[in-house]
Write a protein of this length. Structure first.
Length: 335
């Protein structure tokens, strides 16, 4: 009998999916994408849920509750963006231990309300419960899109152009900086934090943004990506998702991946291979997408979209290093 450790997160999802029966015709697309797709007649509804658990997904020794509330909503909105949809409503459920007072809850919800304002979504409900294991946050988001605008993970085609938004690796390096400061503080409570010059990295970890701006720009250019996913578990992991769902292979050039100088400088400072930070790091919440070649001219004017490779005809996934060496993309990223 396989254990959960044997299966891993994605194996467990597939295990659950195999035993799941879809009974309603309105359930267009279920387990396996960034959001479920529901037929609402004149449009499609999109539904996604994320769970954030203290000690697993966040550390309150350096994550302010206000930032955490904002992030909890943003990462869910990011799932709707990855489907090329527009978020409309969210629900927030909390598991609370007895160390959280009303002031702490107000601070958490201040961040939640700020995110709702930023992404123009309505907080319409949720649930609260006692927790014996710290803070647990579960957010569900409902969005919508026209049927012809929905973008699944499975739609890439040979010779499509592989693109990413923003820059990668910063959130992972921000986490390394915060963990370094935490360990130094535990060893010496009188230490002075050294993060002033790392504010971009720390911000990318503590308060990521869902790329709804890109979704609106794609709509203005009348471009619908052939496939898309948000980069939560790492670029390599997301490439494998798109490859597995479509049956196609991807070739990505490391030198084309957008990386901020502070990310590279900090990886050197902390003796971390930049390829690890950028390809396996995760939590950037940028968008990885494939675009038809005929649409490329339309998106060239969108400065925050960078082409990094192409969909190949080999059914294999390759990372081409700056030296020209090809290495198979097998890294699982975060689980």
């Amino acid at each position: 009998m396989k254990t959960l450790e044997d299966l891993g997160e994605f194996g467990l999802i597939e295990h659950i999916k195999e035993k799941t029966v879809i009974r309603n015709a309105s359930s267009v697309n279920g387990i396996g994408d960034d959001a479920a797709v529901i037929d609402r007649g004149d449009h499609y509804g999109l539904l996604s849920t994320d769970l954030l658990i203290e000690g697993v997904h966040f550390d309150l020794s350096y994550a302010p509750l206000k930032h955490l509330g904002y992030k909890a909503v943003a990462v869910n909105v990011s799932d709707i963006a990855a489907m090329n949809g527009i978020p409309r409503q969210v629900t927030v459920s909390l598991g609370l231990s007895n160390r959280f007072g009303l002031e702490a809850i107000d601070e958490l919800y201040e961040g939640i309300h700020l995110a709702c304002e930023a992404y123009q979504v309505d907080l319409v409900g949720g649930d609260t419960s006692a927790s014996r294991s710290g803070l647990v946050i579960s957010v569900s988001v409902f969005g919508e899109a026209a049927a012809e605008k929905i973008t699944l993970r499975s739609g890439s085609r040979e010779n499509d152009i592989v693109c990413v938004t923003g820059d990668l690796g910063a959130a992972y390096m921000g986490l390394q900086v915060l963990e370094r400061e935490k360990q130094e503080f535990l060893a010496n409570p009188n230490m002075v934090p050294r993060i002033e010059d790392k504010s971009y990295l720390v911000g990318r970890q503590l308060k990521p943004e869902a790329r709804m701006d890109i979704i609106h720009e794609l709509a203005e250019k009348d471009v619908v990506p052939t496939s898309m996913i948000d980069i939560s578990d790492g670029l390599a992991s997301e490439i494998l998702h798109l490859s597995r769902q479509s049956g196609n292979g991807f070739t990505v050039f490391f030198e084309n991946i957008p990386i901020e100088n502070i990310t590279l400088e900090t990886s050197t400072e902390l003796n971390i291979n930049p390829v690890v930070a950028v390809v396996n790091g995760g939590e950037d919440y940028e968008l990885l997408m494939t675009i038809r070649q005929e649409d490329f001219e339309k998106i060239k004017a969108i400065t925050d979209i960078t082409p990094i490779g192409f969909v190949n005809n080999e059914k294999e996934n390759w990372l081409v290093l700056n030296s020209g060496e090809r290495t198979r993309i097998t890294a699982p990223g975060w689980k």
